[in-house]
Structures are given as C-alpha cells and as structure tokens.
Write a new protein. Structure first.
Length: 195
C-alpha cells in the first residue's frame, strides 16, 4: 500500500480535500478499490503534472467531463451518447478500453439511483452496446444526479483517478497536485458569470 492509497491522509482537513473525497465516494461507490484509468505509467508528481495534467487532463479529459456534465444536467441523452461515441478517438486505445470498462461497471449501478431518469437510460444503452459508456460520461451523469457543481465534479474525478496510484508521496503533496489540476481549468469552463 502506498501513501496515496492510505486515503485517510486526504481526509485530513489540512489537505483540504475532504469535500472532494466525499464527492468522489458518492459518485464512485467502492472508491477505495479503484485503480487509475488514465494516470498510468507515471511515477512522480512532476511527471503527473507534465505528462498527465498538462496534456491529457487539461486538453482531453476535463473538457469532455464538463461538456458531458452540462448535457447530463439538461437531460440531453442523444447528445451524451453522440459525444460518448466520439470520445474514443481522443484517447490512446488502451486508455479508451480502460475508460469503457470502468464506465460499464459504473453504469451497471444505475438502478441504485432512484428518481433519476437519465442514468437508467444510459445504463440500458451501455448494456445494449449502442454506446461505449466511457467512464467520464457515466461519472458526469451521476454527478448531475447528485447536483454537483462543476469544480466539485472535476475535483472528484481527479481524486478518483489518484486513488490507487502507485506513487510514494506525502498526502499534502498529492492534495496540492489535485488542487493544481482543478486550478488549470480556465474559469470560463466552469460557466462563471458576473452577478
């Protein structure tokens, strides 16, 4: 077990990640047992920032997650499915396969979300193989069902990615990495408007 997998360190209020960890646990049941989907082959925080955050997360994952979150809030099933179908083209094949596998597992838990109409429809389409069911699509739909704001959703997705990461780093450093991932997303992506 590495320092990162000792999740109790991220619960420490000093790290400031307790709300994100709670959100990640809410959206991803069994969070303690997941492994990174796209944060693979990275052995240091410096590599994670340069290779994952600055290239994959900022350019591919976060924009897709925020777009899917917007569509999920609006209940736009057709557009969610279309975006999900197109998403595989943006990921290397091994990352796309991991994303679909994790998304299918998360979609299978849609029945537990009473009162939500979108998640069961997504789960039906995933089960019928009419859409791949990428993890971030299902994550976005679950986040929308829990009425999570954009920053919390993005932060929870990073926390989910970091869980099980095989790196030896102190919890405050990992917390700083998570915060840095959230902070590099332009404010305009969070739909911030002047009052």
């Amino acid at each position: 077990m590495t320092t990162v997998t000792l999740v109790h360190g991220l619960d420490d209020p000093v790290c400031g990640l307790a709300p994100l960890l709670d959100a990640a646990r809410l959206v991803q049941p069994g969070l303690e047992f997941v492994r990174p989907l796209t944060l693979v082959g990275v052995t240091s925080l410096a590599q994670a920032e340069e290779l994952w955050r600055d290239q994959i997360f900022v350019n591919i994952l976060a924009p897709f997650l925020l777009d899917q979150l917007t569509l999920a809030r609006l209940g736009r099933l057709r557009e969610l499915v279309e975006q999900d179908l197109a998403f595989s083209k943006h990921l290397p094949s091994e990352l796309a396969a991991a994303s679909v596998g994790a998304g299918r597992r998360l979609a299978s838990q849609a029945g537990a979300m009473r009162g939500d109409r979108l998640l069961p429809k997504l789960a039906d389409r995933v089960a019928a193989a009419t859409m791949p069911g990428h993890y971030l699509t299902i994550f976005a739909a679950r986040s929308a069902a829990f009425a999570m704001d954009d920053r919390t959703t993005v932060g929870a997705s990073v926390v989910r990615e970091v869980c099980g990461w095989s790196i030896n780093a102190p919890a405050p450093a990992v917390a700083g990495f998570v915060r840095s991932c959230i902070s590099v997303i332009p404010a305009s992506r969070y739909n911030l408007r002047a009052a």
